[in-house]
Design a protein around this ligand. Structure first.
Ligand code: HEM
Length: 444
C-alpha cells in the first residue's frame, strides 16, 4: 500500500526548531477545533502544543499531512487517547481502532463490500429510508412548527446504516439499537454505569442477531452482516469469530452514523443561508431528474450538488481531528519528531489554510469545479482522512448525501429559526451543539 516515495529530503538537513505553545490549554478542552485554528494562525504549519505526558505536535501543511498519513504512514499508529479511552470501549478491536496485523487482515476482508460497484446495492434502501424521513418531516410543514433538523438527520443516517448492516430482519429491534447507539456516541455524557448498561444491552441484541443469522443464513449476500459472516481469511479459510463480527458491526455503526448526520446537518445550515446556491441545485435537479428520485445512474450528472456537499465538508469536516502516535523517531521537513510523540492534524484547520483556500471562511461550492480541484494539493482537503487508514465508508457517505439532499430539496424549503444560536461543538465529531432549529415549507 505504501508505495509513495519519502516526502522530504532528509540528507544534510539541520534540525529546525518547532515553535512551542506554552499558554493555558483551557481552550484545548473547551473548543479544541478553534484552539487548533488559532495555533496555526499564530505559529504556522507545525507547533508543539502540549508537553506532558508526551510531546504533541499539530501539523497543518498538506505535505506534512501526506508524510504522516501516507508516505511514512507505517511509522504511526492509532495509540491515542481517543482510540484507547473512548472508542475502544465501544468498538473493541474493529476496523476503526485495531492495529496491524489484525487491522490489515480485516480491512482486506471488508474493503470489497465498500467498493463503489457493490455499494449500488444500497441505493434502494437509502431511498426508502429517505422517503420515511420525508414523511416524518411532513407534519412540520403543515404546521410551520420549528424542529431540530440535526436530530432528523441522525435518525435518517442511523436508519440507513442499520438497514445496510442488518437488512430489514431486525424490525422492532431497530428502535432499541438506535437508542443504544445514540447513548453510546454521547461518549462523554452518560454515567459510567449507564454507559456499561447500554453497551451490554446493545451487545445482547447484536450477538443475538449474529447467532440467529448463523443458524438461518440468507441464501445470497443481502447486507453487510452477511458479508461479515461469509468472508473467509485467505490463509486459514476460516471466518471471523462472533466477537470480531460484533466489533466490526459496532465500528460501522459508530464511524458511519453520526459523521454523515453531521455533514448533512451543516449542509442544511449552510444552504439556509445561501438561497442562491439552493436555486442552482434546484435547476440541476430539474434538468437531470425531472422530478424523479435520484438513482445511481444520475449521480455523475449531479455535478453541482456534489460540489455543494464537498464544500460543506470543507467548512464542517465531521471528523475534525485525526491523530497518531509516532512509533520511531521521524523528521518532517527538517523538524524532528521523537518516538512516542502524538502528531495531530485537523481537517478543520487544514481546510481553512489561507495558502490553499482563498477567503477560507466563505462558502463557495465553485471551489470544487474539476478545474479548481485539479490545481489544488491533494492533501489540502481530507474530510475522509488519507493513506491506508482512509475512511472505508467515504463512497457510502457520499452516496447517502447525493440521494438525501436532492430528495429533500425536491419537496421542501428549509429556513433557520431566527435567534436560535447554532454552535460548533467539537468532541469526537464536529456537531451542532444545540441542534439546528428549522422550519420547513412544502415546495409548490
Ligand atoms: C461524511 C461522513 C464520514 C466522514 C466525514 C468520515 C471520516 C472518516 C475519517 C477522517 C476516517 C479516518 C480516521 C483516521 O485516520 O484516524 C474514517 C475512518 C473510518 N470510517 Fe469514516 N467517515 C464518514 C462516514 C463513514 C461511513 C458511512 C462508514 C461506514 C458505513 C465509515 C466507516 C469508517 C471506518 C470503518 C473507518 C476506519 C477505517 C480504517 O481504519 O481502516 N465512515 N472516517
Amino acid at each position: 500500500m505504501n508505495t509513495v516515495p519519502p516526502t522530504f529530503d532528509t540528507t544534510n538537513s539541520h534540525a529546525r526548531t518547532i515553535p512551542r505553545f506554552s499558554g493555558s490549554a483551557r481552550e484545548l478542552v473547551r473548543r479544541p477545533h478553534r484552539f487548533f485554528l488559532q495555533l496555526t494562525h499564530e505559529y504556522g504549519d507545525i507547533v508543539q502544543y502540549r508537553t506532558t505526558p508526551e510531546p504533541a505536535y499539530l501539523i497543518n501543511h498538506p505535505d506534512y499531512v501526506r508524510h504522516v498519513l501516507v508516505s511514512n504512514g507505517r511509522n504511526y499508529n492509532k495509540d491515542t487517547h481517543l482510540n484507547k479511552y473512548m472508542l475502544e470501549s465501544v468498538v473493541g478491536q474493529g476496523l476503526l481502532t485495531s492495529e496491524p496485523p489484525l487491522w490489515r487482515q480485516q480491512r482486506h476482508l471488508i474493503q470489497p463490500a465498500f467498493h463503489r460497484h457493490n455499494l449500488v446495492d444500497f441505493a434502494d434502501l437509502m431511498t426508502a429510508s429517505t422517503q420515511q424521513a420525508l414523511a416524518r418531516l411532513a407534519p412540520y410543514a403543515n404546521q410551520s412548527e420549528p424542529f431540530d433538523m440535526a436530530a432528523q438527520m441522525m435518525q435518517l443516517t442511523l436508519d440507513i446504516v442499520t438497514r445496510a448492516l442488518f437488512g430489514y430482519d431486525i424490525g422492532p429491534q431497530a428502535e432499541a439499537v438506535g437508542q443504544a447507539v445514540n447513548t453510546l456516541i454521547e461518549i462523554a455524557k452518560p454515567s459510567r454505569a449507564r454507559f456499561q448498561q447500554t453497551l451490554h444491552e446493545l451487545d445482547e441484541i447484536v450477538f443475538g442477531i449474529i447467532e440467529q443469522r448463523r443458524q438461518q443464513p440468507h441464501a445470497a449476500k443481502q447486507d453487510l452482516l452477511d458479508m461479515l459472516l461469509l468472508a473467509r481469511y485467505e490463509e486459514t479459510g476460516e471466518g471471523m469469530s462472533d466477537r470480531q463480527v460484533r466489533d466490526e458491526v459496532m465500528s460501522l455503526f459508530i464511524a458511519g452514523h453520526e459523521t454523515t448526520a453531521n455533514t448533512l446537518s451543516w449542509l442544511w445550515y449552510l444552504l439556509a443561508q445561501h438561497p442562491d446556491v439552493v436555486a442552482k441545485i434546484d435547476k440541476e435537479l430539474e434538468q437531470v431528474l425531472h422530478g424523479r428520485f435520484p438513482t445511481p445512474a444520475d449521480f455523475p450528472q449531479l455535478v453541482y450538488t456534489n460540489q455543494v456537499i464537498k464544500e460543506a465538508m470543507r467548512l464542517y469536516p465531521s471528523a475534525w481531528s485525526i491523530s497518531r502516535r509516532a512509533l520511531g523517531d521521524d523528521e518532517i521537513d527538517g523538524y524532528s519528531i521523537p518516538a512516542g510523540a502524538i502528531v495531530a492534524l485537523s481537517p478543520y484547520t487544514l481546510h481553512r489554510h489561507p495558502s490553499f483556500w482563498p477567503e477560507p471562511d466563505r462558502f463557495d461550492p465553485d471551489r470544487f469545479t474539476p478545474e479548481q480541484e485539479n490545481g489544488r494539493h491533494r492533501y489540502a482537503y481530507i474530510p475522509f482522512g488519507g493513506g491506508a487508514r482512509k475512511c472505508i465508508g467515504d463512497q457510502f457517505a457520499l452516496m447517502e448525501s447525493i440521494i438525501i439532499v436532492p430528495m429533500i430539496l425536491q419537496q421542501y424549503r428549509l429556513k433557520l429559526v431566527p435567534d436560535h444560536p447554532v454552535e460548533e461543538h467539537a468532541l469526537v465529531t464536529l456537531r451542532p451543539q444545540n441542534g439546528i432549529l428549522m422550519t420547513i415549507e412544502r415546495k409548490i
